[in-house]
Design a protein around this ligand. Structure first.
Ligand SMILES: Cc1ncc(COP(=O)(O)O)c(C=O)c1O
Length: 416
């Protein structure tokens, strides 16, 4: 029965989803269907359990099916899953208030959307609206999403060039280089858009002081600082937000992924009262039918409550450090395969010396029972991005599987 489900699903991928995706999954040794998630674990159609060290690219910070989020969503289902769009809507108001409370500084007003790319779109539109300027500075190798506005800021040509022309006025500077950023700053800049740690770019932590320098430059030239916290936000890096590592308060913050508690899709862009002013003058300049629906907002509210109650940002710092120590030991054993281990909190990247080793390593890891993936803009970097609720015993399981997979990969690739 379960093998039939897998075979049928793969056939439908090949015929109706995308045969190339089916081929890639098969290449990684994946031939079953996911059927259930519990905490840090995913069970497939063959009854095999995998420790989820990818965490849905940052979605599953609370793990799979956190009971508090499931309960909130089930409760809302019995009242009003979708909004009438005309009466006041309490979950949206509650979540906007809760976000303002956990976000740094005077970030105050939120608009809710359904994904990370939409959160970035809204942030970019708001920056142009507020400043009346056009130019946006983003970083090379940045990942901000794949809709036209966000893609104009995303810094990988593979994803950009088939869709030219993108939006005008976007420039890219090397990430982490404050002097290069300064060289592009002038009075036409609407916004500087940065990830506090580049995620899909290959888990790149900027040098200390970079975010502060960006803040200072924005102030000097009257530009807005937009923090894309879609991946780094809500505890992932060991603090509530990536910008908190430098005590920087952006003018606009984009969040998504973990905001839905691993149960509902939701994103937001949040800004200060001053930056929101034009949307107060004209509140329907930006709208979304599904954005901020009650089900998603209840999930978001429950997620924020869990992050606070279970002290997940602090836990991410602790378990992240534990994982990092173990991974550095593996690096010391296999420097010919594993060039560097880097990251912040539970956003960790393993830089391989050879791109070709990644597929083999991932298939070994899947065999050993853990799920990982490489970063979208840099296939040489395997990311370790587990749920923040991971226990020390689960971290040990992951480290054991990684040790075994690297031993096997080394025996195949060391001499190549
Ligand atoms: C920093 C960042 N911004 C934006 C996005 C786009 O989010 P989504 O895939 O939900 O549109 C991502 C996705 O990986 C991301 O990592």
């Amino acid at each position: 029965m379960s093998s039939t489900l897998a075979a049928e699903t793969i056939r439908k991928y090949e015929e109706y989803v995308n045969p190339a995706v089916a081929k890639l999954f098969r290449y990684m040794g994946l031939s079953s269907v996911e059927v259930k998630g519990d905490g840090c674990w995913v069970t497939d159609s063959e009854g095999r359990r995998y420790l989820d060290c990818l965490g849905g690219y940052g979605v599953f910070s609370l793990g799979h099916r956190h009971p508090a989020v499931i309960a909130a969503v089930k409760d809302q289902l019995d009242y009003l899953p979708m909004s009438s769009q005309i009466l006041f809507d309490a979950p949206k108001a509650d979540l906007a208030e809760a976000l303002a409370r956990v976000m740094p500084g005077d970030l105050q007003y939120s608009f809710f959307v359904n994904s990370g790319t939409e959160a970035v779109e809204g942030a970019l539109k708001l920056a142009r609206l507020h400043t009346g300027r056009q130019k946006v500075i983003a970083a090379q190798n940045a990942f901000h999403g794949k809709t036209f506005g966000a893609l104009s800021a995303t810094g990988r040509e593979l994803f950009r060039s088939p869709f030219y022309p993108l939006l005008e006025g976007f420039v890219h500077v090397p990430y982490g280089d404050a002097a290069a950023l300064e060289a592009q700053m002038d009075e036409t800049v609407a916004a500087v858009l940065l990830e506090p740690v580049q995620g899909e770019g290959g888990i790149i932590v900027p040098p200390p002081g970079y975010l502060k320098a960006a803040r200072t430059l924005c102030d000097r030239f009257g530009a807005l600082l937009i923090a894309d916290e879609v991946q780094t936000g809500l505890g992932r890096t060991g603090k509530w937000f990536g910008v908190d590592h430098e005590g920087v308060v952006p003018d606009i913050m984009a969040t998504a992924k973990a905001l839905g508690g691993g149960v509902m899709p939701i994103g937001a862009f949040t800004a200060t009262t001053a930056v929101w002013a034009k949307l107060i003058e004209s509140p329907f300049l930006h709208t979304s039918t599904f954005g901020g629906n009650p089900l998603a907002c209840r999930a978001g509210l429950a997620a924020l409550a869990v992050l606070e109650a279970e002290q997940l940002p602090e836990k991410a710092a602790k378990i992240g450090a534990y994982l990092m120590t173990g991974l550095q030991k593996i690096q010391a054993q296999h420097p010919h395969i594993l060039e560097e281990v880097r990251g912040r909190g539970m956003l960790i990247g393993l830089l391989l010396t050879k791109e070709g080793a990644g597929g083999f390593l991932m298939s070994r890891l899947i065999d050993a029972g853990i799920l990982v993936a490489y970063t979208l803009n840099n296939p040489r970097v395997i990311r370790i991005e587990p749920p923040l609720v991971m226990s020390e015993a689960e971290a040990d399981f992951a480290l054991q599987a990684l040790t075994q997979a690297f031993n096997e990969t080394a025996s195949v690739f060391e001499d190549l």
